[in-house]
Design a protein around this ligand. Structure first.
Ligand SMILES: Nc1ncnc2c1ncn2[C@@H]1O[C@H](COP(=O)(O)OP(=O)(O)O)[C@@H](O)[C@H]1O
Ligand SMILES: [Mg+2]
Length: 308
């Protein structure tokens, strides 16, 4: 099983859109996929389940917030399998036309407060306690995702991260084997990529320093898989010059960049979440849609070949 975090410091760059489409296409091809929504905005959650369903059955005690609450309150965490659900619309489609399945662990708007509570937990301890707490507060998710993966036979876990570097995000990164960075090719979105790389390195080296002194925790090594550009404007079959400039610049940062990108199409991408079906599994009604579906499928080819 591979655990992959999808992250960028910036919001609105297409993280959730990339996550939902990648997950759906992988499931269609036969992978058993779990998506974990760690962003308090819960966009990924609402791309697969309706707000009414979430309100009635998920909100109270079936989101990742409940799990983090246990940690910050010093209680035993519930098994992640208690939080996992199999969203109906997409799995109805997958069971007829695909080979795999897609499960989700949902988010909660209140997840934003969890960071503060976890940070409080880390303060005011002796050096010995600090080491244990640091490992528990940052490393517990990996341990439990590995257990869930084994139990449910998942091939891939995709974690949709919030646009920050707080403790919840750090849990996702520590849990991950690989990191995928969606970015818009513009000044502000690409600015953060170099910085993100440095932040990940320092997070990992701190964590591994503690882990090396504790038998219970293994060292980790999340690897940056690459940047996938989103919202590309195409002219004469190529990204417009203003965007190409940032794509070339990012390639010079020594971070891998995917050859395939997601092109911009507001109409097609904006509507899909409301129907509970990512774009890549929707019926195409016109040529543009089928071009976009082909492109996402090419991206998933590239993604899978990078995993090997
Ligand atoms: N390729 C695209 N073309 C046009 N609009 C897009 C594209 N990808 C995402 N969007 C839209 O941009 C907004 C932000 O995308 P989202 O995936 O939620 O970003 P993030 O998770 O980084 O905040 C959403 O309204 C989404 O529908
Ligand atoms: Mg998002």
């Amino acid at each position: 099983m591979e655990i992959i975090s999808v992250i960028n410091y910036k919001g609105g760059v297409g993280k959730t859109t990339v996550t939902s489409n990648l997950a759906a296409e992988l499931a269609y091809r036969g992978k058993n996929v779990l998506v974990l929504d760690m962003d308090a905005q819960a966009s990924l959650t609402f791309s697969f389940i309706t707000p009414d369903f979430w309100d009635a059955y998920i909100k109270e005690n079936k989101t990742i917030k409940s799990w983090f609450d246990c940690i910050s309150q010093g209680n035993q965490t519930m098994p992640l399998s208690d939080l996992r659900i199999r969203p109906e619309v997409v799995n109805n489609y997958l069971s007829k036309h695909g080979k795999g399945c897609l499960d989700i662990i949902s988010s909660h708007l209140g997840l934003i407060n969890v960071d503060l509570e976890l940070a409080t937990l880390l303060g005011g301890a002796s050096p010995q306690q600090t080491q244990k707490k640091h490992l528990k507060v940052h490393g517990k998710l990996r341990e439990e995702l590995l257990a869930l993966g084994e139990q449910m036979n998942y091939d891939i876990v995709l974690i949709d991260c919030p646009p920050n570097f707080n403790i919840v995000t750090k849990n996702a990164l520590i849990a991950s084997d690989k990191i995928l960075i969606p970015a818009k090719p513009d000044y502000l979105s690409t600015l953060g990529i170099d910085y993100l790389q440095k932040s990940v390195n320092s997070l990992v080296s701190d964590y591994n320093w503690y882990a090396s002194k504790d038998d219970e925790y293994d060292e980790v090594n999340p690897e940056i898989m690459g940047v996938v550009f989103t919202m590309i404007q195409i002219t004469s079959r190529k990204p417009i010059a203003a965007q190409q400039q940032y794509i070339s610049q990012t390639r010079r940062l020594k971070v891998p960049v995917f050859d395939v990108h997601f092109r911009e199409n507001k109409t097609i991408f904006a509507d899909a979440p409301r129907n509970g079906m990512p774009v890549v599994l929707n019926y195409y009604s016109n040529v543009t849609h089928s071009d976009i579906v082909d492109e996402i499928s090419d991206f998933v080819d590239e993604f899978e070949s990078n995993l090997e």
